[in-house]
Write a protein that binds this ligand. Structure first.
Ligand SMILES: C[S@@+](CC[C@H](N)C(=O)[O-])C[C@H]1O[C@@H](n2cnc3c(N)ncnc32)[C@H](O)[C@@H]1O
Length: 288
């Protein structure tokens, strides 16, 4: 297990460099990267051994953290992804009112997103990979939002199909969704071992400040990417109510998450992060 190093801040802890204290609201964070009081690691089992809870990341999922779970989840996501593709390309000939290309692309995009979270973590951030990396237990609000999106789509399609007859809206949604996915995955790849799905409050040896690449364009590219990916899904489905709902919920979520995260980053990297924060915006509307 990597031992968290002492924060290398050149400014006092919880200061933004101007002397203004930054409040770190730890209660808004579901799981923290912690130090010596972590559960002990499972015994090594050979070359295929996953390194599930190393790097200080707590395994918090209800899904058991084992290679078998990873294989099963990957298989299920692959099946869902394939179903979406079949629905997209052949659903029109099935004759069911619900078998529409937008639904197919939405289902495939959802499965690809979750599989991609694991794949990128496994490829570029191996010390933190676990079954949690699929991000399937992303909070009840996340599942509620996708359920609500599906319901709006299906109910509207059934009762008022004319409201789903704007293919250019879906095309714009698909482009935004793809760009959002690219931004998110690129951020995770570029940040590599500095990335963690949970906000870190103790600095690991492998955690360095990333300000280049996509981080030179977006201060929080993985959040911006997810924000636009999610809104893209709602444009794809031509969901008016859920486009508004997703915008509000996601904006609130990231607004409240970024503040304590940046407080911790200032503790870790001091003036360097303060300067970076002044230089680069989030590109999420109304989050400066
Ligand atoms: C879920 S990741 C999100 C990263 C970043 N907020 C983004 O949207 O790309 C959260 C972790 O990334 C780390 N982090 C955020 N920005 C960083 C940066 N510019 N350099 C290094 N680590 C960063 C935080 O310390 C936190 O532990």
């Amino acid at each position: 297990m990597a031992t968290p190093s002492t924060p290398s801040s050149s400014t006092p802890p919880n200061s933004n460099g101007n002397g203004t204290p930054i409040q770190v609201d730890r209660s808004s964070i579901r799981a923290e990267v912690t130090g010596p009081d972590l559960p002990s690691l499972p015994a090594k089992t050979g070359p295929l051994e996953m390194k599930p809870v190393s790097g200080g990341v707590v395994h918090s999922s209800r899904i058991p953290n084992s290679p078998l779970s990873v294989a099963a989840v990957s298989f299920i996501l692959g099946t869902v992804f394939s179903f979406g593709l079949v629905l997209c390309f052949f659903g029109g000939s099935w004759g069911f009112w619900w078998s529409q290309y937008q639904l197919g692309i939405y289902i495939s995009s959802w499965a690809a997103f979750h599989w991609g979270e694991f794949a990128v973590t496994a490829g570029w951030n191996r010390e933190k990979v676990s079954v949690d990396s699929f991000l399937l237990e992303n909070g009840s609000m996340y599942h509620l939002a996708h359920t609500s999106a599906l319901l709006e789509y299906l109910i509207t399609l059934y009762f008022k199909p004319s409201l789903k007859s704007f293919p250019y809206v879906s095309a714009v949604g698909l482009i935004i969704l793809i760009l959002g996915q690219i931004i998110r995955s690129t951020a995770m790849i570029h940040a590599a071992t500095s990335f963690s799905h949970q906000v870190a409050f103790k600095k690991l040896e492998s955690h360095t400040l990333v300000t280049s690449g996509i981080y030179a364009w977006f201060r929080h590219p993985s959040y911006a990417g997810f924000f636009y990916w999610a809104l893209g899904t709602q444009l794809l489905l031509q969901n008016t109510a859920n486009f508004v709902f997703f915008s509000i919920v996601l904006w609130r979520f990231f607004y409240h998450r970024i503040r304590p995260e940046e407080g911790a980053l200032i503790n870790f990297f001091g003036q360097s992060y303060v300067d970076y924060r002044k230089r680069v915006g989030t590109k999420i509307p109304f989050i400066p």
